[in-house]
Design a protein around this ligand. Sequence first.
Ligand code: ATP
Ligand code: F6P
Length: 272
Amino acid sequence: MQELEEFIVVSGKIETATMEVSTTQKFIGRGSHKGKGLAVLTSGGDSQGMNAAVRSVVRMGIYLGCKVYFIREGYQGMVDGGDNIEEANWSSVSSIIHRGGTVIGSARCTDFMKREGRVKAAYNLVTRGITNLVVIGGDGSLTGANLFREEWAGLLDELLENNKITKDQREKYKFLHIAGMVGSIDNDFCGTDMTIGTDSALHRIIGAIDAIVSTAYSHQRTFIMEVMGRQCGFLAVYTALCTDATYSFICEDPAPINWEKKMCTKIAEARI
Ligand SMILES: Nc1ncnc2c1ncn2[C@@H]1O[C@H](COP(=O)(O)OP(=O)(O)OP(=O)(O)O)[C@@H](O)[C@H]1O
Ligand SMILES: O=P(O)(O)OC[C@H]1O[C@](O)(CO)[C@@H](O)[C@@H]1O
């Protein structure tokens, strides 16, 4: 271990800090995974930042020497195969970092919820030599990814039994490696401080509310804003705090029976 002195800016002042850095740190070498098949997909609700994540995966994969593929339209593209699985190159991810949504498409896919669909997806990966998969999506997408990884050996056995793949393919592609990146505006994934897209979603919501608030004050009106979040009240709570909302509803804390009266009292108080 070696001691390093660094300058860190804290509240505008320059202070000296000392930290220990391992001198044996290893970096993944260029071309160190040459020839491996790596695919990336985005799944579930789209979120700002998915494109930046896709770009990083593609460029890092190319740097490592992998054959990198886009899977379009989330799990649906993986189940359907064909043109949905397309080789990517360095320039396929140029000029996408600032764009909203996901350039490779996303979907909610019922076929992948069934084993039959996952068998088809496994076939589409194996026949392209893909055994490394990056899934960018929310809790549902990553639950699906984990299930797919757990079932992988069984899925290949089924393909072999039905003569869809050869014994060599069964052996060569016996391991599926999965990496999940939590892309969801909902911020509902444990162990992740803030999921990809949450901050941008909040930013948009606050911008919209700031614009509406001027009308609310000018005309003594009350506006009800519905924000996204499915089963997670994170966006609603942070919006309520940041905009000083008079009342908020979140699914984790259902409204009391007499909420109408309480809310009207609060609104009346806020107008005095
Ligand atoms: N238990 C599961 N088994 C297999 N696949 C699943 C499972 N749950 C979800 N999926 C797959 O992942 C897709 C996306 O899941 P879901 O609609 O829950 O969105 P999400 O990934 O949670 O994203 P968001 O947070 O943006 O809603 C589903 O349409 C389905 O294809
Ligand atoms: O219209 P759908 O497909 O149900 O998706 C809406 C949901 O997806 C999300 O945008 C992302 O999960 C949620 O915030 C929202 O409630």
